[in-house]
Design a binder for this molecule. Structure first.
Ligand code: DC
Length: 233
């Protein structure tokens, strides 16, 4: 692993990682942030938190003003516990609850609400404006930080992403079906790409990385090499 950058006095870049679900964004943005000593911001977890709270409060997922209020009142925190990153909302650790498949499906609906996007984008801009951050999501390079210093667009085939998700869920002891998991990945891709507000799309100046046939370490080494190049220039 290239650790040349660790501990150096680095300028605080804003690094965007966008791409569809299951392409390895979460793992890679955490690893990249750890290598660089940067803060990692998982923006998907923010949309997931809104979906979880909205269902618990039985809010209609098309009630824009109720969802906007929920976003404004929500106390969201990312805490690092040892090597683990946990998400807290109003003091409760929701890291596990927001990863349940039913929450994933509801999150696509919540993420289609423009009021929710406006509120969360604003929060993300405040969290990242000082730099020294890796933000991971769908619209970081296009909407949240179009001026990001370096933008990665990470992809992998739907089959490969479904397979990874299937193994992840099975490792957690959940009973899942591979074909259904692949179908869910495709359904989420379609919802995320076709929604009216900030659909998943690649920034023109993004660097494409296809992780279908690459391991995490290989992709991380590629990304670190490009960040280093950017820092040297
Ligand atoms: O990255 P993820 O799977 O945790 O994202 C959960 C959902 O939130 C997914 O439907 C895409 C959506 N999302 C979004 O619309 N914009 C973001 N910046 C991040 C996630």
């Amino acid at each position: 692993m290239n650790s040349l950058l660790k501990g150096e006095d680095l300028p605080g870049l804003i690094i965007a990682i966008d791409g569809p679900s299951g392409a390895g964004k979460s793992t890679l943005s955490k690893a990249l942030a750890a290598e660089l000593g940067y803060v990692n911001i998982d923006t998907g977890a923010m949309y997931r938190a809104v979906a979880l709270l909205a269902t618990r409060r039985q809010l209609a997922l098309d009630d824009a003003s109720a969802l906007r209020l929920l976003c404004r009142q929500m106390q969201l925190e990312f805490r690092r516990n040892g090597g683990q990153e946990r998400v807290f909302v109003n003091g409760e650790d929701i890291s596990t609850a927001i990863r349940l498949p039913e929450v994933s499906l509801l999150t696509s609906k919540v993420a289609a609400c423009s009021a929710v996007r406006e509120e969360l984008v604003q929060m993300q801009q405040q969290l990242g404006e000082k730099g020294g951050v890796v933000l991971e999501g769908r619209d970081i390079g296009t909407v949240v930080f179009p001026q990001a210093d370096i933008k990665f667009f990470l992809t992998a085939s739907a089959e490969e992403r479904g397979q990874r998700r299937f193994e992840e869920l099975r490792a957690k002891g959940m009973s899942v079906d591979l074909q259904q998991t692949i179908a869910e990945v495709r359904a989420r891709d379609a919802a995320d790409s076709s929604r009216e507000h900030a659909p998943l799309c690649r920034a023109e100046d993004a660097i494409d990385i296809d992780s279908t046939a690459l391991g995490i370490d290989q992709v991380l080494a590629l990304m670190l090499g490009m960040v280093k190049e950017r820092l040297e220039n």
